[in-house]
Design a protein around this ligand. Structure first.
Ligand code: APR
Length: 230
């Protein structure tokens, strides 16, 4: 029988219990600076050093973090289902937990790229400093999507959402577009779950809401999905 397809949309909340701060948890501030002011092309034009410092800090935190039980439960689902993880997160915790199909809508903090050619991408495990150059001589920047920039992986994510037999939203406020619009592409008949300790009102009433942390709620939903297949 064709493997049933579980599609996951994850956000910062799935990595919160791994010690990585959510965006809107701390009032959306980083060192008193609104994230939207730092993670934008305007912020980059205004102060390259401040933006690089912001991502250097986050890269260090990501490298020190470990996947949690929610990431592991999604990897374990691959024993029974085809699983596609669409994440808004720029950390690599899904990959480190062993998920084999991960789509990063907002880029990856452990990669860097030319600030002129967004296909010139290299691995980046350390800090990026002003003056660090890409092969084309431009200033190196984090390979992440800033507010207002294109989301090149969106088409792939939409194709995955359209083929979902089950859809699971974990740890996202669903406040950022186009990511949040993915729920509109999920087939009507696919059971939809939302795991969040403070679920936002944005999920329509067709969602089974599991008001719990990711490390508690995702394993619970995973066992419900397995039971549906038993
Ligand atoms: N388990 C599950 N969910 C949690 C937990 C937890 N332990 N702690 C917090 N949450 C939930 C919050 O209730 C909230 O709904 O995670 C969500 C985090 O929302 P945001 O901070 O807005 O993060 P996210 O939705 O991923 O932001 C989307 O915005 O800043 C941009 O590009 C950035 O990818 C990010 C995007």
């Amino acid at each position: 029988m064709r493997d049933r397809h579980v599609v996951v949309l994850s956000g910062a909340g799935i990595s919160a219990e791994s010690g990585l701060a959510t965006f809107r948890g701390a009032g959306g501030l980083w060192e008193g600076v609104p994230v939207a002011q730092v993670a934008t092309p305007e912020g980059w034009r205004r102060d390259v050093g401040q933006v690089l410092r912001f991502y250097n800090e986050r890269r260090k935190a990501v490298r020190a973090a470990q996947p949690n039980a929610a990431h592991a439960a999604l990897k374990d689902l691959e024993a029974v289902f085809r699983v596609t993880v669409i994440t808004q997160n720029i950390d690599d915790l899904h990959e480190r937990a062993g998920s084999s199909r991960v789509i990063h809508l907002h880029g990856e903090i452990l990669k860097a790229r030319s600030s002129r050619d967004d296909t010139m991408i290299t691995e980046c495990l350390g800090d990026i400093e002003p003056g660090d150059r890409a092969a084309d001589g431009s200033q190196l920047r984090p390979h992440v999507v800033w507010f207002g920039e294109a989301v090149p992986m969106m088409d792939r994510a939409i194709e995955a959402a359209k083929t979902a037999d089950f859809f699971l939203v974990v740890g996202t406020s669903l406040e950022v577009y186009p990511a949040a619009s993915l729920i509109d592409y999920v087939p009507q008949e696919a059971p939809k779950f939302l795991v969040d300790p403070m679920p936002s009102g944005l999920a329509d009433e067709s969602f089974h809401v599991v008001q719990a942390s990711a490390s508690e709620g995702v394993p619970r939903v995973a066992s419900q999905l397995r039971a549906m297949m038993a």
